[in-house]
Design a binder for this molecule. Structure first.
Ligand SMILES: Cc1ncc(COP(=O)(O)O)c(C=O)c1O
Length: 447
């Protein structure tokens, strides 16, 4: 029995609760419950476990807490909001903070992506964007366009639309064939770009997969192409130079919508508000979540181009509901209050600029691990990086062990398969980066 288990069990006994009832998501439940790793407190760059030990947070929770943990301004804004207006129906009713937050988000989105639809998670933002795409094409008399294009190794959340777009076998294989009419491009993780920071020189031609898919299905049948500008969850696949621009060209040529899923890359992670701006490619929609509220409240957002929005509006008769979609908690007052307080912090503390300034130091530090024999690739852009460890027997086994050992050595980060993803809060100092890389080195060397 580990010490942590003893501590947790102690609390469990005292409170007469058990570990059995809570079914944990994306977790080996039986393994976890036999040896739990609990988090009980967070502040700034740190978590504390139930033994009172401090862990540095190298993945902003789960890419959510860009402004660091325990931000008083956000907590107080949420508390105030709940006391003033806890809830109002989002259909046929509204509260002022929905409009205020939508306006503030639109100030930061690129191009004319100025129409803001609220939901409650990244997964819901993807479903919502898929529906917007279909509704748009119907509204402009091209209702035959219902094929979606995505990419191998893509992660677009866990609902059926997003799972159908997904290119991760484990997320799909138990759940049937998914939506019909989804085609996948190849991913861009190619050997020529291994250990290259930023955008690799090789692989822009992989964008031609989109042209091939369009030729195969017929442009008149293709609704939208969904990509994460940097594929995050799968292990930070930075696009090759010119790749996203080429996707944009092909979409423009054929009347296909380009959707950037910026659930991870949004909100300063790449040095600008959105990766769209960092890579200078404006999509037709951006999906986002996580850091929009600094993780303090669930919220998802779709930023939609005015052209798409206006087309859908114009197609509906005056007085009719134009878009039959929405959630009970769309634009929840507490989430909007959290979002506004978060955006205030980003602006006041210049966190996007701060992340941009720290990025070269962060990437140099991460890439310094390349001499370790167990490390087979390192990638990174902005304040988002990843390294792969050599497969040991079954894929994912060594990555899982790494994640547990890092936790025990005082470092929290997210692993996917054999990739460890590093995305510290944008409040990080150089000394935090040093500490993260020091623990990584020590743990990887002993793996
Ligand atoms: C690109 C992308 N899309 C969608 C999602 C799903 O977000 P959520 O877990 O909030 O549903 C994620 C989550 O990591 C993501 O990285």
């Amino acid at each position: 029995m580990g010490h942590a288990e003893f501590t947790l069990r102690d609390q469990v006994d005292a409170r007469r609760i058990s570990l059995d009832e809570y079914w944990m998501p994306f977790t080996p439940n039986r393994e976890f419950k036999a040896d739990p790793r609990m988090i009980v407190r967070a502040e700034g760059m740190y978590f504390w476990n139930d033994r009172g030990e401090k862990l540095i947070d190298a993945s902003s929770g789960l890419f959510c807490c860009a402004a660091g943990h325990g931000r008083k301004e956000i907590a107080e804004a949420v508390g105030r909001q709940l006391l003033e207006l806890d809830f109002t129906a989002p259909f046929l009713r509204a509260h002022p903070k929905q409009f205020e937050l939508a306006t503030r988000i639109a100030e930061l989105t690129p191009g004319d992506l100025n129409r803001i639809f609220f939901c409650n998670s990244g997964s819901e933002s993807v479903e919502s964007a898929m529906k917007v795409a279909l509704a748009y094409h119907q509204a402009r008399g091209q209702g035959g366009r219902n094929v979606f294009v995505s990419r191998d190794r893509a992660y677009h959340g866990v609902n059926f639309g997003g799972v159908s777009l997904s290119g991760l076998a484990n997320n799909r294989r138990k759940y049937g064939p998914g939506l019909p009419g989804i085609a996948h491009m190849r991913h861009t993780h190619i050997r020529e770009n291994f250990f290259v920071p930023g955008e690799g020189e090789h692989g822009a031609k992989l964008a031609e997969d989109l042209a091939r898919i369009v030729a195969m299905y017929g442009a008149e049948n293709v609704a939208a192409c969904f990509v994460e500008p940097i594929a995050g969850s799968t292990g930070v696949l930075v696009p090759p130079k010119g790749y996203l621009k080429r996707l944009r060209e092909i979409c423009d040529q054929h009347g296909i919508l380009l959707v950037f899923d910026e659930v991870i890359t949004g909100w300063g992670r790449t040095g600008q508000a959105f990766a769209a701006q960092s890579f200078d490619v404006t999509p037709d929609m951006i999906t986002m979540a996580k850091a929009v509220t600094n993780g303090a409240q669930p919220m998802g957002v779709v930023a939609v181009s005015e052209r798409i929005h206006d087309t859908i509006m114009a197609a509906a008769p005056e007085g009719a509901i134009e878009f039959f979609h929405g959630y009970t908690y769309s634009g929840h007052p507490a989430a909007c209050a959290a979002g506004l307080a978060t955006l205030d912090i980003y602006r006041r503390d210049g966190l996007f600029e701060r992340g941009r300034a720290l990025s070269p130091y962060f990437l140099d530090a991460l890439f310094s691990l390349r001499d370790l024999p167990v490390v087979t690739d390192i990638r990174g852009y902005g304040m988002l990086g990843a390294l792969d460890v050599a497969v040991d027997g079954a894929p994912g086994k060594r990555g899982h062990l790494l994640q547990k050992k890092l936790f025990d050595n005082g470092l929290h980060l997210k692993t996917t398969g054999d990739a460890a993803i590093v995305a510290p809060p944008l409040i990080a100092e150089k000394s935090h980066v040093d500490r993260i890389v020091e623990v990584l080195r020590k743990t990887l060397a002993a793996l």
